[in-house]
Design a protein around this ligand. Structure first.
Ligand code: C5P
Length: 209
């Protein structure tokens, strides 16, 4: 592995909801001592604000790093609201600069989302597309939400996952899809340690090569 890096080095991690992007991204950031931005939080902040009546484009234009610390962002209704505002091209446009600045910070950055490798950072040094079957993703999200004490049903979580997949993949603005040069990582049959080890190996290869 190359020594500690001051140069920008961007790792783009895209994929559908609950595929394991967040866990993998946090592990990569820790392993390579890089910053991590969960870009879904940006859309979640905008979604949460629209639930209180704020205009989504205004919300996106006024967003600051501090907003990402709100503690209501993981709620299922906020996830749905996020995927609804995420179809609006002006909302997406307002969030581009923040993400690109983060991506090029010195020391490197891991960004996870839906369009990082395709739209936000098409020049990213590493692109991963993390996926898993809808059933496996819904089961993971179900356990996660239950673990937080939320009273959700398995069937409702699967329905939510499918609805978001459909909206994210079929929208006109920056639809979810793997970049042509992305490495695909299907985590359906992998535990967390295996998925993380695989992702680390991909990054190490790129850093050496
Ligand atoms: O990743 P997370 O589930 O937190 O994202 C919430 C929603 O935000 C997604 O369903 C998607 O619609 C939107 N999103 C997006 N582009 C990103 C990250 C998230 O459209 N880069």
């Amino acid at each position: 592995m190359a020594g500690a890096m001051n140069e920008p080095f961007t790792i783009a991690v895209d994929g559908p909801a609950a595929a394991g992007k967040g866990t993998i991204s946090r592990a990569l950031a820790a392993r390579f001592d890089m910053g991590h931005l969960d870009t879904g939080l940006l859309y979640r902040v905008v979604g949460a604000l629209t639930l209180t009546g704020v205009d989504p484009v205004e919300a996106a234009r006024g967003l600051t790093a501090k907003d990402l610390d709100r503690d209501d962002l993981r709620a299922p209704n906020v996830a749905q609201a996020a995927s609804k505002v995420a179809v609006i091209a002006q909302v997406r446009a307002a969030l581009v600069d923040f993400q690109r600045a983060f991506a090029r910070r010195s020391g490197g950055a891991v960004l996870d989302g839906r369009d990082i490798g395709t739209v936000i950072c098409p020049q990213a040094e590493v692109k991963l597309y993390v996926t898993a079957s809808a059933e496996v993703r819904a089961q993971r999200r179900f356990l996660e939400l239950r673990g937080k004490g939320l009273n959700v049903s398995r069937a409702q979580v699967l329905k939510d996952v499918r609805e978001r997949d459909d909206r994210d993949m079929n929208r006109a603005a920056a639809p979810l899809r793997p970049a042509e040069d992305a490495v695909l990582l299907d985590t359906s049959q992998l535990n967390i340690d295996m998925a993380v080890a695989h992702a680390i190996a991909v990054v190490e290869n790129k850093r050496q090569g």
